[in-house]
Design a protein around this ligand. Structure first.
Ligand SMILES: [Ca+2]
Ligand SMILES: [Ca+2]
Length: 158
């Protein structure tokens, strides 16, 4: 007998491990880890689980970013490959031993901010770097060395 029945669609989105949910709050799904780990339970035992990531904006997807094997109890844990900074919708998809693939689970949105950049822009803003000239706009990434605002006070243009 050939197994032609795909695993049941996972009913819940993968859960970001609290150990992967860094950044001061371990339940907000905003992390400084660019290889976050996810877990889930109650899915088909011994199936292959694939982690899918879809960029929320500016990209195509979903892409398979990790895979692992579901335990005999129906639990899984899967780690994402390194991702560019951004917000992604993560979902899992199961494949049974015969190669039948389930529909993707619901998605969980996780944001991976730039490690230095997330603290960078507010720090630059606190310097009071406010030019009277409206044509002079702040650089989009003040962390970039060659664009670092001068430590001197802003010049008056009058
Ligand atoms: Ca099956
Ligand atoms: Ca967090």
């Amino acid at each position: 007998m050939t197994d032609t029945t795909p695993p049941a669609t996972p009913g819940e989105a993968p859960d970001l491990l609290s150990s992967s949910d860094t950044g001061g709050n371990d339940i907000d799904n905003i992390t400084t880890i660019d290889t976050p780990a996810f877990q889930g339970s109650g899915v088909e035992p011994n199936a292959l689980v694939r982690l899918l990531a879809t960029p929320v904006k500016g990209g195509s997807g979903p892409a398979v970013v990790g895979k692992d094997t579901v335990t005999s109890e129906g639990d899984y844990e899967v780690v994402s490959a390194a991702l560019r900074d951004g917000t992604y919708g993560f979902a899992v998809r199961l494949e049974d031993l015969a190669g039948n693939v389930s529909q993707p689970s619901p998605t969980l949105a996780v944001t991976t901010p730039r490690r230095s950049g997330s603290a960078c822009w507010p720090a630059a803003a606190r310097t009071g770097w406010t030019s009277p000239s409206t044509t002079r706009s702040a650089p989009s990434c003040p962390c970039t060395a060659d664009r670092q605002p001068a430590s001197t006070s802003p010049r008056e243009t009058s």
